[in-house]
Design a protein around this ligand. Structure first.
Ligand code: ADP
Length: 219
C-alpha cells in the first residue's frame, strides 16, 4: 500500500529523512516510532503528498508519486484519511464536522445523514452528534476527529501522535478504535514517540532516529 525506496527529505541543510526504505502492506496497521524530531511527521506528510521527497521513490496504493501529475493529487488524497494535530475540529456540531468530509466530496445531504450517524456510532459518539467540540472531553474530541477521517472510507488512515494529549486509559481506547477500523480493512499508519501505544499490539513498528530508519520490529 505504501512503499518508500531510498527516500530522503531535506530542509535547508537539515536532513529530516535519509535513505528511508520500507513498505506497509495493504490492510496492515503499523507504527512509526522515534523521539521528537526523528522525522515521523515528515514521513506522514510525504505519504499525504503535502510535501515531495528530495530523493528516492515513493508509491502509494500502486501509484508512483514521481510520475503523478499535479492534477491527480486530489484524487489520491481522497483515498487518505488523516488524524493530524493541525487538522482541528471546527466550532460547529460534531455532526457537521464529520459531514463536512462528505460535503466537500459533493455527496448529497440525503446520503450524508446515515453515513455520519453510522460512523459516529462506530466511534461511540452517536449521543454527542449535536454537541460542539468545546463541550467534549479530549478523548471524545479525538474520536470525532477520527470519525471525520474515516467517514468517507479512505483506503489509508494516517495518524500523527493521535493520543498526544490523552491520559493512558483514554489513549488505550483510541488504539482499540484504530484496531477496529483496521479490522474493517483500512490500512493504518500511526506515528508516535510513545512506546506504550504499540507494546504488545503484535503490529509492526518502524523506528526513526535523526531521519534514519534504525530498526524494524513488532510491538
Ligand atoms: P517528528 O515528527 O519525529 O517529531 P519531524 O518530521 O516533525 O519529526 O521533524 C524532523 C526534523 O525536520 C526536525 O529536525 C524538524 O525540526 C525538521 N523540520 C520539519 N519540518 C520542517 C520544516 N517545514 N522546515 C524546516 N525544518 C523542518
Amino acid at each position: 500500500m505504501i512503499r518508500f525506496f531510498n527516500v530522503s527529505k531535506f530542509y535547508d541543510n537539515l536532513t529530516a529523512l535519509r535513505n528511508v526504505t520500507f513498505s506497509i502492506d495493504k490492510g496492515e496497521m503499523a507504527f512509526i516510532a522515534g523521539p521528537s524530531g526523528a522525522g515521523k511527521s515528515t514521513l506522514l506528510r510525504l505519504v499525504y503528498l503535502a510535501e515531495k521527497p528530495d530523493a528516492g521513490s515513493l508509491t502509494v496504493d500502486g501509484i508512483e508519486l514521481e510520475n503523478m501529475k499535479e492534477s491527480e493529487i486530489p484524487y489520491l488524497r481522497r483515498k487518505i484519511g488523516v488524524v493530524f494535530q493541525d487538522f482541528r475540529l471546527l466550532n460547529r456540531t460534531v455532526f457537521d464536522n464529520v459531514a463536512l468530509a462528505l460535503r466537500i466530496r459533493g455527496i448529497s445531504e440525503r446520503e450524508i445523514k446515515p453515513l455520519v450517524y453510522e460512523t459516529l456510532k462506530m466511534v461511540n459518539l452517536r449521543h454527542k452528534a449535536d454537541s460542539f467540540p468545546s463541550a467534549l472531553s479530549g478523548g471524545e474530541q479525538q474520536r470525532a476527529v477520527i470519525a471525520r477521517a474515516i467517514v468517507a472510507e479512505p483506503t489509508v488512515l494516517l495518524a500523527d501522535e493521535p493520543t498526544g494529549n490523552l491520559d493512558p486509559d483514554t489513549a488505550a481506547g483510541i488504539i482499540r478504535l484504530f484496531k477496529e477500523i483496521n479490522a474493517r480493512g483500512t490500512t493504518i499508519v500511526i506515528a508516535t514517540h510513545n512506546r506504550e501505544l504499540f507494546r504488545n499490539t503484535g503490529k509492526r513498528v518502524f523506528t526513526l532516529d535523526s531521519g534514519n530508519l534504525v530498526s524494524q520490529g513488532v510491538g
